[in-house]
Design a protein around this ligand. Structure first.
Ligand code: COS
Length: 384
C-alpha cells in the first residue's frame, strides 16, 4: 500500500541521490577499511534511514511493506554493508518489539532505534542451531523479577555496534520444542553479556558480525517481549517473514546495480572491432538478467501488497526471498562473465559485489529452508 505517491517519490528520490552521490563513491573505502565512516552514518541518521519502517508515533517514517520494498530496491544498489547498517533497526532488530512488544517496551526502545541512537540486533542463531532454529539451547530461567540467561549466539549482524539485542531463549529448559522458547530484549552493558571478536567474512566488509555470549546474565522480567513466555519462536518466525521480503528487495536492487554496470561495460568494451554488447551471446546474458529482475520485482511488490492487506505471507515471502536471492547470484555471475578478466580484478568492483551478494542466499534462512517453508505452506493451505 502506498499512502501518498508524492511523499514516497520524494523519499525515493532522496535515497536514490544519496546512494549515487554519497554511498557509491565510498564503496571502495568501506571495503578497504572494513568500516563505514562515522560522518556517513550520521548522514544516514539525518535522512531518517534508521527509522524508515518504525511506526510514526515512535519517531519513524512508518513505511508500509510496499513502500519499504521500493526503498530497499534503491538502497540495494550500492554495497550491501550500507543497507546492513540500517537493516536491523528497520527489521529484525526491532520488528519483534513492534509486532509483539508491550506499549512500555515500544516506548522505551523504538524512538531510540528510529533515530539510530540505539542499534538493534537479532540473536536467534547458535553454534548448534542454525537452520534448525527451534533447537536453540540458550536458557532464560526465571529468578524473582529477573530471568537469568546462559548461552552463545553466533554470526549476529551488527552485534559489535548494538545497544539492544532481541534474544530468543528457552524459558522451559525441559521443553524441547518451539513452545518452550521466549523472546527478550537485552541492553548492551548488562553484566554477563559479552561479545566475541569480529568475524572475518567472505564479503560485506563494513558490516560486522560476532558471537554474543550470556553468562549468568540477569535481565529484568519486564524485558520479556510481550511479557508472554513460550511465544518467542513464533515472534522470531513472524520477524523473518517480513525480513525475508526485505532481503529479497535488497538482492533485487543489487542485481539492478550489477546489470547496469555490466551493460555500461559491454557498451564501452570493444573486441573484434566492435563493442561487446553487439554480440548476441552477451545480449543473452543481459536479457536473461533483465527479465529475471523484472520477475523478482513483480513478485516482491505483490507479496508486499498482500502483507499490507493483512494476509499471512509466509509462503510469498519465502518464494520472493528464494527467487530474488538466487536470481541475484545468477546476475552476479553473468556480470563477472561480461566483464571477463576485468571482472576478476578488484579495481572494477564487480568481484566485490559477487562476494557480497553470496550471503543473500544464506542469511535469514537458506534457499533450502525457503523451499521447506514453501512446501509446508502449500500443504497447510491444501489441507485447510
Ligand atoms: N508465522 C507464525 N507462526 C509460525 C511461523 C510463521 N511464519 N512459522 C512457524 N510458526 C509457528 C508454527 O505454526 C508452530 O506453532 P504451533 O505449534 O502452534 O503450530 C511453531 O511456530 C513451530 O513451527 P514449526 O513446527 O514449523 O517449526 P520447525 O522447527 O519445524 O521449523 C523452520 C521451522 C525450519 C521454518 C524454522 O526453523 C526456520 O525458519 N529456520 C531458519 C531459521 C533462519 O532463518 N535463520 C536465519 C538466522 S536469523 S538472520
Amino acid at each position: 500500500m502506498i499512502r501518498s505517491e508524492e511523499t514516497l517519490n520524494l523519499l525515493l528520490d532522496s535515497i536514490r541521490r544519496f546512494v549515487r552521490e554519497r554511498l557509491v563513491p565510498n564503496e571502495d573505502t568501506v571495503a578497504e577499511n572494513d568500516q563505514i565512516p562515522a560522518a556517513l552514518l550520521q548522514e544516514m541518521k539525518d535522512l531518517g534511514l534508521f527509522g524508515m519502517c518504525l511506526p510514526e508515533e515512535y519517531g519513524g517514517l512508518g513505511l508500509t511493506m510496499e513502500e519499504e520494498v521500493l526503498a530497499a530496491f534503491e538502497l540495494g544498489q550500492t554495497s550491501p554493508a550500507f543497507r546492513s547498517a540500517i537493516g536491523s533497526n528497520n527489521g529484525i532488530g526491532s520488528t519483534g518489539i513492534v509486532i509483539d512488544g508491550t506499549s512500555a517496551q515500544k516506548e522505551q526502545y523504538l524512538p531510540r532505534l528510529a533515530s539510530g541512537e540505539l542499534i538493534g540486533s537479532f540473536c536467534l542463531t547458535e553454534p548448534e542451531a542454525g537452520s534448525d532454529a527451534a533447537s536453540l539451547r540458550t536458557t532464560a530461567i526465571r529468578d524473582g523479577d529477573h530471568y537469568v540467561l546462559n548461552g552463545t549466539k553466533r554470526f549476529i549482524t551488527n552485534a559489535p555496534e548494538a545497544g539492544l539485542f532481541t534474544v530468543m531463549a528457552r524459558t522451559d529448559p525441559a521443553g524441547k520444542g518451539a513452545d518452550a522458547i521466549s523472546a527478550f530484549v537485552v541492553e548492551a552493558g548488562t553484566p554477563g553479556l559479552s561479545l566475541g571478536k569480529i568475524d572475518r567474512k567472505m564479503g560485506q566488509k563494513g558490516a560486522h558480525t560476532c558471537d554474543v555470549m550470556f553468562d549468568q546474565c540477569r535481565v529484568p522480567a519486564a524485558n520479556l517481549i510481550g511479557e508472554r513466555e513460550g511465544v518467542g519462536f513464533k515472534t522470531a518466525m513472524k520477524v523473518l517473514d517480513k525480513g525475508r521480503l526485505h532481503i529479497a528487495a535488497v538482492a533485487t536492487g543489487a542485481a539492478e546495480r550489477m546489470l547496469a554496470d555490466a551493460l555500461r561495460y559491454a557498451t564501452e568494451r570493444r573486441q573484434f572491432g566492435q563493442p561487446i554488447v553487439e554480440f548476441e551471446l552477451v545480449q543473452a546474458m543481459l536479457a536473461d538478467s533483465r527479465a529475471e529482475i523484472y520477475a523478482a520485482r513483480c513478485m516482491i511488490v505483490d507479496a508486499a501488497r498482500r502483507r499490507d492487506a493483512g494476509e499471512r505471507v509466509t509462503l510469498e515471502a519465502s518464494c520472493a526471498k528464494m527467487f530474488a536471492t538466487e536470481m541475484c547470484g545468477r546476475v552476479a555471475d553473468r556480470a563477472v562473465q561480461i566483464f571477463g578478466g576485468a571482472g576478476y580484478m578488484a579495481e572494477y568492483g564487480i568481484e566485490r559485489f559477487y562476494r557480497d551478494v553470496r550471503l543473500f542466499r544464506i542469511y535469514e534462512g537458506t534457499t533450502q529452508i525457503q523451499q521447506i517453508v514453501i512446501a509446508r505452506e502449500m500443504r497447510r493451505r491444501f489441507e485447510g
